[in-house]
Every structure is written in structure tokens, then in C-alpha cells.
Design a protein around this ligand. Sequence first.
Ligand SMILES: *[C@@H]1O[C@H](CO)[C@@H](O)[C@H](O)[C@H]1NC(C)=O
Ligand SMILES: *[C@@H]1O[C@H](CO)[C@@H](O)[C@H](O)[C@H]1NC(C)=O
Ligand SMILES: *[C@@H]1O[C@H](CO)[C@@H](O)[C@H](O)[C@H]1NC(C)=O
Ligand SMILES: *[C@@H]1O[C@H](CO)[C@@H](O)[C@H](O)[C@H]1NC(C)=O
Length: 727
Amino acid sequence: MEGRTVLKFFFLLLGLLVVLFFTHSPDHTPTNKATEFLDCSNYSSWCTFKNRFQPKTNNLNSPKKPKFINHNTQVPTHPLDPLTIQEIYKTRSILSSYPPFKSSPFTVHTLVLEEPEKPLVVKWKKGDPLLPRQVSVIAIINGKSHVLIVDLGSGQVIRDVVSSLNGYPVMTIEDMNSATRAPLADANFNRTIIARGIKLSDLACLPISTGWFGKKEENRRLIKVQCYSLQGTANFYMRPIEGLTVLLDMDTKKVVEISDQGRNIPIPKAENTDYRYSKVLNKVKLINPISIEQPKGPSFVVEDGHLVKWANWEFHLKPDPRAGVIVSRAMVRDPDTGNLRNVMYKGMTSELFVPYMDPTDAWYFKTYMDAGEYGFGLQAMPLDPLNDCPRNAHYMDGVFAAADGVPFVRSNMICVFESYAGDIGWRHAESPITGMEIREVRPKVTLVVRMAASVANYDYIVDWEFQTDGLIRIKVGLSGILMVKGTSYENMNQVPNGQNLYGTLLSENVVGVIHDHYVTFYLDMDVDGSNNSFVKVNLVREETSPGESPRRSYLKANRHVAKTEKDAQIKFKLYDPSEFHVINPSKLTRVGNPVGYKIVAAGTAASILDPQDPPQMRGAFTNNQVWVTPYNRSEQWAGGLFVYQSHGEDTLAVWSEKNRPIENKDIVLWYTLGFHHVPCQEDFPIMPTVSSSFDLKPVNFFESNPILRTPPNVEEDLPICRAAASA
Ligand SMILES: *[C@@H]1O[C@H](CO)[C@@H](O)[C@H](O)[C@H]1NC(C)=O
Ligand SMILES: *[C@@H]1O[C@H](CO)[C@@H](O)[C@H](O)[C@H]1NC(C)=O
Ligand SMILES: *[C@@H]1O[C@H](CO)[C@@H](O)[C@H](O)[C@H]1NC(C)=O
Ligand SMILES: *[C@@H]1O[C@H](CO)[C@@H](O)[C@H](O)[C@H]1NC(C)=O
């Protein structure tokens, strides 16, 4: 019995917290659900059942696409290609014969490609010899964080710097796993759980980053563990053991302190919390099945594993354990010249900041930085074909290194697909008064790159969506499960006037705590080349002089080129509107405008925490919605290289204070998508997706509408499949 419960506990932890790593076998049989049999009005072959069933890894009609990716035999072909299994093994073997690693136990926290110098990558052409392969490693040896570069060609460690910064590297999956188990070695912990009336076999625990609040958190890696009851539901998040917080030393795995302050708070009920389709009662079917059809197959290819070519776009795509998705060398084809033109050298999620708005003992520290603390890519789970991504999606696996330096494959981590949502690319119809019968409409089809990270309870869906008109939309969707707080209240009528619940009562004994989400993007724009400028196009009210016009006022656009970083620290103001352009001052259009791209803002929630509040100091990269810095390959992580327990001394806000020149330079644009979240009952027991996005939109980049010459849809191209008549 004892053995069984321990096993169950262990299994549930593995299953629920961080799943599906260490799969050395790279190929997974697709688990497409049975498709309803379709009878087609036109029996062309694409429409029959067999051909509609498409295995996950091979759905492109391109002969260049290998049938299955065998990660064991993969070789890099592009300078930005991520490390292969073989390269990770090689790095591990080089490290194990390197003296500091030979003599002491080490843990690998980062092991990724050290990207070659930007000018070399820009110059590189297909067919050129591959640039030297180097590996960026962050490892902890004897409590010290080493930043290393390993050269795979020479088999040498060519740099080894011990970090002097405060803060620690991204946690490993092993750190998180062992932290959730460690409290069980402490008899006091077991007693506390039993005293709360919870069976140890029903326990599910979460590893929660501690943040940094002063002396107490210094000089050792600490983590807090909070637990939930799994009894009666898979959605243990809705059953918190409120007020119980275990402070743990992540390295010794010893309990430092147990704070048990919620003994009078009941565990909320399990009823109606499960979200699994197999468990929900009174299922409802609101719509008929829906899917997009591509009778001639998709229009994109993924060459050599990572180079995506679609319509007028081409870019390099790779999974990253920290950023999740990295889009590089994004180029769009000019319809006039036929040439590919640079838009963005590199774009990625740089950091997230998620502060909860409850200052009490069991909650004040919940101020997550999901990329630098947990690894946004490490938390990306395999996507579910047909539900996370549509049928014709192409899936890309992540190949990462575990704490011991051994590679593992995260399958189906990213998907790429064409999306047609019934939207319009452009249109015009003439009214009968002109006597012209014109109705010209073009459907809008886009290409989406998607990843979904499940950072414990929360799910972040990140989309990079490319449009044929040159626009790139970067969208973040929030779903998953709220982090909730147990309360003794079952109804609002029991809550004394003026009592702060720190959130909304969502169900009996369950409060959804108010919180913010900030997702900060790194956007190394290279608009037709590296040397770019940042221009604020400020709309101001001009007043007419008396008698000049029947109008009293109108708007005028004032252009201001930012000279230094502080000129480009932007806080949005509704009544002082501006556009923000990244231009190439030395490249003009036919009529003399500098070519550019602008950032079109949305998701503009701004952090209003006290700037001196410790979490806000660490999350100071959210102090502005837009920043521009000169390109520096050491400045890519907005919260700093070492975010875990950082003090905020290495953030974007600190770099930007250097106020370096940014005019006609290689510049990096930073944008933060922000969300305030006051939970509501609809967010219980799992949240419908809330999303927001911002755009990178061409401004005077093309000579004219780049999709003017594209054709409309016609009936003959789109045969119809009908559901078979029931027998
Ligand atoms: C089905 O479509 C093809 C072209 O896609 C066409 O040649 C054929 O005539 C159609 N068949 C029927 C039965 O409509
Ligand atoms: C706490 O309980 C777990 C699960 O029953 C058990 O494996 C562990 O040994 C217990 N710890 C102590 C110190 O007794
Ligand atoms: C960018 O400008 C710098 C001067 O600020 C110049 O040295 C460099 O050659 C330029 N680079 C390109 C690619 O034009
Ligand atoms: C590049 O970034 C690093 C880390 O922030 C900094 O130490 C260095 O001074 C920066 N270099 C320049 C030229 O700004």
C-alpha cells in the first residue's frame, strides 16, 4: 500500500508538473483522432478519407522534406541551426574532460548554440561552408555560475567566466522535480499535511521561484514549495492547501523553513473542477466539426529542418529552452524587384514578468519571470494535433540538454501552419451610384508559427503570424488554470465590508488573485540592412488662425529621430499619440520616404507597482512599453542573464540608462505586451483564452500595396466535402 501510494505520488508529479522529457526516440506515432468519414461531392483524390489523414511529421508535398526527422542523424546546415543530439553529446564529452568539470559535480543549466557573429551570419549563403559551431554553456560548479563557450571544431573550452552578478541561471527540470519531492523528507512537513486532513498520497506540489526581497534570500538557491490536494480532481490547482509554504534550499534539498498560516482555511471542494472531456458532465456540442481544406496542399516548406519558406516570406525558425521560439533572418520578397529584403535579424520572447497582487505571507513572492526562472521553452509541452494546430501543420521538435548534459527531445514543440480565418486581405466595392459594378476582394491567408508553454498552471500561446502584405503579428494567448487562494468564505455575503480578498471569489472557498502578465519581446530589426533609426511620429493638434479656415483644429505628424536610448524610452499616452517607426535612413523609396517598419501597439497594460518594490526592480524592463538599445550580443535577456533571485542590476532598464547613441545604428527594439487580470467566474475551473497582439507593419517599405496583384478565390479551386449521409 505504502509503495503504491508513493509510486502514485511520484507518477502524478512527473505526469502533472513537467512531462515528456528524456524521450530519446525521436519519432512518435501521430495520435490523430479518428476523422469522421467524409463523402465528397467531387471525388478528386485529396478529398478522400485516406489522403486527408496526415501524419504529423510529413505533411508537406515537398520532395525536400524528409519523411521523419531522425534526430540522431541530423546535421546542422544553417549557421543558426540549433544544436543536434550529436553536438550536445560532443559538448558533454568536452566538458567532462575539462578540469573544473572533471573534479566536481556540475549541473548544466543552459546548453545552446552560441550564435556566430551577426555579420558572418548575414554574409553566409546556402552552399557556403558552415560557420564554426560553438556552444554557450551555463553550468553551476561548487555553487558558482560559470559562463562557458565550447568550440566543437577544436574540442576546447575557449571561455570560462565565473559570473559576478547576483542571481542564478534558469532552473533545470531536475531542480523543479526534486524541489517538489524534497519536503517529504522532512517529518514536520508530513505531520503538517496530515494535520490538515490530507493524505500524503493525494499531494501535488509546485516549485515556486522565490524572487528576491533582501538579505534572507541571498547566497543560496532557494525555492518555495506549495501543495494542493489531488483528491477527486486532476485540477489540483483549485484545491490549495492555503497558507502552507515550504522554503527549500534547492541545492541541499533541505527544508529551511515551513510557514503554516492557513490552518483554518478549508480545502475547496473537488466538484466541478475537472476540465478533462472524459470527466465533464452534461457535455455540449455547439458547432459542427470545422477544418480548413487545402486541396493542393500547403504553400509552405520547411527546408533542412529550420528554414521556412512561404508566399513572399523566408525565415529561420528554432526552438530555444529559454525563449521558446526564435525567429531569425526574417525576409520578405519585394514584388517589384523579386529580391528578398531584410526585415528582422532576430525576434523572440525575451522575458515574462507575472506579479501577483497579494502581499501576504504565502503570496507576496509570486512574481514569476517565466523565461529566466523556469525556461519558457522548457515548459512548452507537445502540441495536440487538430486542436492546438490545424491539420496541415508542420511540427518541429526541440532538442535540449538536461542537467547532466545529456540531450533530450521535446517533440511537437512548435507548429507551423497556414491560417485562413475567413478574413479579408483587401477589398473595394463600388456603389451603384458610380454606375460601375466592381467588387474586388482578396482573402487573407497567413502563416502562423505557434508554441504553447504550460508554466505549471498557466498556459501561454505564442504566435508569430506572417501576412503577405508584409505585416508580422505577434500574439500571446493566455489560458490554463488560475493560481487561486483558499478562503473560508463561500459567498460574498459573508465577506465583511472593506475586507480585501486580493481578488474575486470564483467558487466556494476559492479566490482568483489579481495579477499582471508582461511579455517582453526582443526584436532586432534590420530594415533593409543593419543601420536603422528609431523615429517617433508624434500627432499633435494644430490650431488654425482666425479666418484661415472654418476648422479650428487639425492633426499634424511631427517626426523626431531618437538620438540616444533615453529618447526611445516610451510610455504610451492616449492623448499624446505617436507612431513608432524603425527606418533605414539611407534607403529611400521612389518618392523619397525612408523605408521602414512600425510597431503597432496593443496589449498596453502598464505596471503601476512602486518602482522601488523589489519585484518591480527586477522587472524594471516593464517600466516602459517600448525601448530601443544599440545591438549588443550580451544584451538579449530583458531581465538579465541570471534572473533567478536577481536584484535587478542587469535589466534592460539598467542598460538603457547608459543612454548610448542609437541613430543610424544597428538597433534592437523591445516591446512589452501587458495584461492586467482581475479574475472572474468564467475563469473557473479553466480559463477561456484571452489574447492580445502587436504588429510589425511595413511603412513606406514597399513602393505600393504589395498584394495588389494576388488573385481572388474562385469556386473551381475549392471543391466541397460533404458529410456522408447517415446510413
Ligand atoms: C472534380 O474536380 C476536378 C478538378 O479539381 C475536375 O476536373 C472534375 O471534373 C471534377 N469532378 C466532378 C465530378 O465534379
Ligand atoms: C513522508 O511521507 C512520504 C509519503 O508517504 C514518505 O515517503 C516519507 O518517507 C515521509 N517522510 C518522513 C520523514 O517520514
Ligand atoms: C553602419 O554605420 C557605421 C557607422 O555608424 C558604419 O561604420 C557601418 O559600415 C555601417 N554598416 C552598414 C552595414 O552599412
Ligand atoms: C554590451 O553589454 C554588456 C552587458 O550589458 C556590457 O557590459 C557592455 O558594456 C556592452 N557593450 C557596449 C558597447 O555597450
